[in-house]
Ligand binder design. Structure first.
Ligand SMILES: [Zn+2]
Length: 272
């Protein structure tokens, strides 16, 4: 079988999600690098990964997603220091997200963009959960890519809608942040959250972005409420809003349009 035939086989509907899952594992490994290095202002491409405990370089054969971690039983080959199960978990999560996008969008430009968006959202969610920040080095390039992608023929979001939703999302979050700051006297929504909302706006269009913000806020309120009720976390605790917004963005990417259509049907039953 020649090279083009092999690639065409990959694009078959039964095979494409598997191909996406395998590449998703590898890119999930790269997401681990992003999650560690971006918020610490370290270069992404260089130097090669090292064990955080002993500084030994991680060999290529020990860098196979998930399998290496299982094979080494979650320990560094050199010093046997435990390696966090977060690494294989991120790789698996990215593979699952990519397989989902492959099923949902097929081998299309929208599907390839979904891969980029999902990996960015996964990385941003974990960085915000850990450090309460959302690096510009991730949100800004993905926003630019989302705006450029609207030039692709047949793209579901027009350039105008993407640009206006990005700007509107940023402004709306900035306004909410200002109001909350005046009311509570402390920063509630950082500028990273404004930029993340702009990124979602450019990538998803106004309806799905509205849904993502609503779903993210609701999830954040539910988790915050549950923590308060269970007595873990005081009134002053800070939840990473960006993490919930990223989760809302993932749900909106897959289900935003059908959910909004269903919601419009509820508002206007006669229109069905
Ligand atoms: Zn080590």
């Amino acid at each position: 079988m020649g090279f083009p035939d092999a690639v065409l086989l990959w694009l078959e509907p039964e095979v494409w999600p598997l191909v996406a899952a395998v590449f998703g594992l590898a890119v999930g490994s790269f997401a681990n690098v992003l999650i560690h290095r971006l918020p610490r202002q370290l270069p992404v491409a260089f130097p090669p990964s090292r064990c955080p405990a002993c500084g030994a370089r991680i060999l290529a054969c020990d860098n196979v997603p998930v399998l290496s971690w299982l094979w080494l039983r979650g320990r560094c080959r050199a010093c046997r220091a435990p390696i966090s199960p977060r690494y294989p978990a991120v790789e698996l999560a990215n593979a699952l997200l990519w397989a989902g996008a492959a099923v949902h969008f097929g081998p299309t430009a929208r599907g390839l963009f979904a891969f980029v968006l999902l990996t960015a959202l996964l990385a941003l969610a974990l960085i915000d959960a850990e450090l309460q920040l959302l690096p510009d080095r991730l949100t800004l390039p993905v926003t630019a890519l989302a705006l450029l992608a609207t030039a692709i023929p047949g793209w579901p979001i027009s350039p105008t809608e993407a640009a206006l939703t990005a700007a509107g999302g940023w402004l709306a979050m900035a306004a909410v942040a200002r109001a909350a700051e005046r009311y509570y006297g402390e920063e509630a929504l950082g500028q990273g959250d404004w930029k993340l909302t702009a990124m979602l706006g450019a990538a998803l269009g106004w309806q799905s972005t509205l849904f993502a913000v609503f779903a993210g806020s609701l999830a954040g309120a539910l988790v915050g409420g549950a923590l308060l009720l269970s007595g873990r976390g005081g009134r002053r605790m800070k939840l990473p809003f960006g993490t919930f917004l990223c989760a809302g963005g993932v749900v909106a990417l897959f289900f935003g349009e059908p959910i909004m259509a269903w919601y419009r049907g509820l508002l206007d039953p006669g229109g069905l």
